[in-house]
Design a protein around this ligand. Structure first.
Ligand SMILES: Cc1cc2nc3c(=O)[nH]c(=O)nc-3n(C[C@H](O)[C@H](O)[C@H](O)COP(=O)(O)O)c2cc1C
Length: 188
């Protein structure tokens, strides 16, 4: 037996990222929490974020043509949730959450210093879909907190304690299961 549901945003778990936007030089900065995001191309490296036009961040990203996806961690989850229920129209989210707005390395928009990975993007296209508009972002560059890169150059993502969003709830990473291609690897 399976229950039949109407179309819905059931796909999950998904990341819940903190997207920073604004113009660093002018002191303009905001954060919007985004769950509708994902990688969409390898070369050029691209990702998308889907944003409701009513969001304060929508106009900022449209105007500046840039945004940064900052990965969230267990330590950042409270701030991610807060930035996802309060608007930059009413609050300085960096200030309220004690987060540091750092100058982007590849763009004019601020990144979140406390995030282990910031992915700076330039808006390639905006596709109106209905409730949300999809921003296609070309990745200009990625900055990674070097504390999470081991001596072999491996990014130890698990050490950042990443967080995912599953049907309205936040979870940490589960137990290790295998790595890419393990299903076809010959057993010794
Ligand atoms: C976990 C989580 C995920 C969210 N995902 C999205 C999303 O993908 N797109 C969107 O437009 N809003 C999303 N929101 C809501 C916005 O983050 C929220 O409306 C925020 O207050 C907008 O901030 P702003 O007005 O400063 O831009 C999400 C909120 C949370 C808590």
């Amino acid at each position: 037996m399976r229950e039949l549901w109407k179309p819905g945003t059931i796909l999950g778990p998904v990341p819940a990222v903190m997207v920073s936007c604004g113009d660093f030089e002018k002191g303009e900065k905001n954060i919007i929490t985004i769950a509708w995001t994902g990688t969409i191309n390898s070369d050029p490296a691209m990702l998308y974020i889907s944003v409701r036009p009513s969001r304060y961040s929508y106009e900022i990203i449209k105007r500046t043509g840039e945004f940064a996806v900052n990965l969230t961690t267990e330590a950042l989850t409270f701030a991610a949730d807060w930035c996802g229920v309060k608007s930059g129209r009413d609050y300085d989210k960096f200030g309220e959450m004690n987060l540091t707005a750092a100058k982007g390395y590849f763009s004019g928009c601020p990144i979140i210093e406390e995030s282990p990975v910031s992915i700076e993007c330039s808006v390639r296209d905006i596709i109106p879909l209905g409730s949300h508009h999809m921003f296609l972002g070309e990745i200009l560059g990625v900055s990674v907190d070097s504390r999470y890169i081991d001596k072999n150059g491996r990014f130890c993502c698990e050490d950042t304690k990443p967080v995912c969003y599953s049907h309205g709830e936040y979870y940490g990473l589960g137990k290790y299961i295998g790595k890419f291609g393990y299903s076809v690897k010959k057993k010794k």
